[in-house]
Design a protein around this ligand. Structure first.
Ligand code: ASP
Length: 346
C-alpha cells in the first residue's frame, strides 16, 4: 500500500526546487478519509532502514494484540541492545568526551500522552525510560542526570555503554581530529574523522486504528556534551495524533527541529496529503530554513534527512533529501523499500 511518488512526480518536485521556487507550490490535498474498522485490517509498522527486525517484531506483536507503543518499543529495543549498532543504545558512538549520551521520545496515540529523555547516560534502553516518563509522571521530558536517576529508581541498570569497537572509533577520532592538538595521529585512518549518524524511528498502527511512535538514538557522533538532537523532541523526532497517524525522522536533527518535522508531516496528512507527499512537503520546508553554509555549490544540502509517515488508514511512505530506504511490515511480511526523494546523489 506504499504511496511512493512516481519518478515523474519526483522530477516535477526537483525541477521546482532547482528553478528556485522552493515552497511556492503546495501539493494538493483532499481531507483524510475516516478510519473504517474491518475484519481485514492488519497491523502496519514502518521504520528507518535499520529497523527491518523492528518492524517485523512490532508488527507481529501488534497483530497479536499488544498495545502499539509497547510493540514499537519492543521493535526498537532490538537495535538499542545490539552492540554492533553504533547509532543507537548500547554501543552507540559517544560525545566528544567519550561519554555515550542517549536521546529517545515516544507518543501513545490512544491516551494522547508523550514521554522523552535526553542526554541520558549509562542506560541501554532509553526508549523504555521515555515510556516510563509518559506512564508514571506528569512531565514530558527528563534530561541528563535527572533522567538517569529516574531510570535507576525503576531498577534500570547503569552500565558502560561503550563497546571495544565504539571505544576504538572514538579514540581514533580523537587522535585524528586536528593537526594542532596534543594527540598523536593514527596513520591511514582518515575514515575515523567522519561523523557516522544513525537512529531508529518506528511507527505502529493496529487493526483498531490506534497509532504510536518512538524514536531512539545515540545522536550525532562526537557531539558537544549535553547536545540533544531531534529524537527526544516531541513533534520533531516523532509525533502521533491518533485521529490522523504518526511520523518520525532520522538524519540531521538540527535541520528537523527548526521545522518541527514530525508534527508538520502529521499535519500534512491531516490536510489529506498522502504520507509520502506530507514527508516531501516537510523536506521542502527544511530547505527553506537551511543556512547557506549547509548548502553545496549546486544549492543542495550537505546533510541527510528522512521522514517516515503512516496514516490511520494504513497508508505509509517515506521521503528523504537524497535516495534512501525504509523498513515496512505491511501486515504480512517485512521489507525494505525505497524512499521518495528530492535530489539525486552525485
Ligand atoms: N537525528 C539524530 C540526531 O540528530 C541523528 C541521526 O538520525 O543520524 O541526533
Amino acid at each position: 500500500m506504499s504511496d511512493q511518488v512516481t519518478r515523474r512526480t519526483f522530477l516535477e518536485i526537483a525541477s521546482g526546487l532547482t528553478a528556485g521556487v522552493v515552497g511556492s507550490t503546495r501539493l494538493s490535498a483532499t481531507p483524510l478519509a475516516p478510519f473504517v474498522h474491518t475484519e481485514r485490517n492488519r497491523a502496519i509498522a514502518i521504520a528507518s532502514a535499520n529497523g527491518l527486525g523492528a518492524v517485523q517484531t512490532a508488527g507481529e506483536l501488534a497483530e497479536q494484540g499488544m498495545d502499539t507503543l509497547d510493540a514499537a518499543i519492543e521493535g526498537v529495543k532490538l537495535r538499542e541492545l545490539d552492540p554492533t549498532d553504533m547509532s543507537v543504545g548500547y554501543g552507540g558512538l559517544p560525545n566528544e568526551h567519550g561519554v555515550v549520551q542517549l536521546d529517545a521520545s515516544c507518543m501513545h496515540g490512544p491516551s494522547r500522552r508523550a514521554g522523552a529523555v535526553a542526554a541520558i547516560e549509562g542506560i541501554k534502553t532509553p526508549s523504555v525510560v521515555a515510556k516510563y516518563v509518559l506512564k508514571y509522571t506528569d512531565h514530558i521530558m527528563l534530561v541528563g542526570v535527572g533522567a538517569t536517576r529516574f531510570a535507576l529508581s525503576y531498577g534500570f541498570q547503569q552500565e558502560d555503554l561503550m563497546t571495544p569497537a565504539s571505544r576504538e572509533r572514538w579514540l581514533r577520532w580523537r587522535a585524528n581530529r586536528g593537526a594542532d592538538d596534543d594527540w598523536v595521529n593514527v596513520d591511514g585512518d582518515e575514515e575515523m574523522v567522519q561523523r557516522p549518524t544513525g537512529t531508529i524511528n518506528c511507527n505502529v498502527l493496529n487493526s483498531n486504528g490506534d497509532v504510536s511512535s518512538v524514536t531512539t538514538t545515540s545522536g550525532l557522533a562526537w557531539k558537544i556534551p549535553g547536545r540533544a538532537g531531534d529524537s527526544p523532541i516531541i513533534g520533531a523526532g516523532q509525533y502521533t495524533d491518533n485521529s490522523v497517524g504518526a511520523a518520525g525522522s532520522t538524519g540531521r536533527g538540527e535541520a528537523n527541529i527548526k521545522v518541527c518535522g514530525a508534527f508538520l508531516t502529521v499535519e500534512g496528512m491531516r490536510r489529506g496529503l498522502s504520507p509520502t507527499d506530507a514527508a516531501l512537503e516537510t523536506l521542502r520546508r527544511v530547505l527553506e530554513t537551511t543556512q547557506p553554509r549547509l548548502m553545496n555549490e549546486e544549492g543542495r544540502p550537505t546533510f541527510g534527512l528522512n521522514f517516515y509517515a503512516l496514516n490511520k488508514n494504513g497508508e505509509f511512505g517515506a521521503a528523504s533529501l537524497y535516495p534512501s530506504s525504509f523498513a515496512v511490515w505491511d501486515g504480512t511480511e517485512a521489507s525494505v523499500q525505497d524512499t521518495a526523494y528530492l535530489f539525486e546523489r552525485r
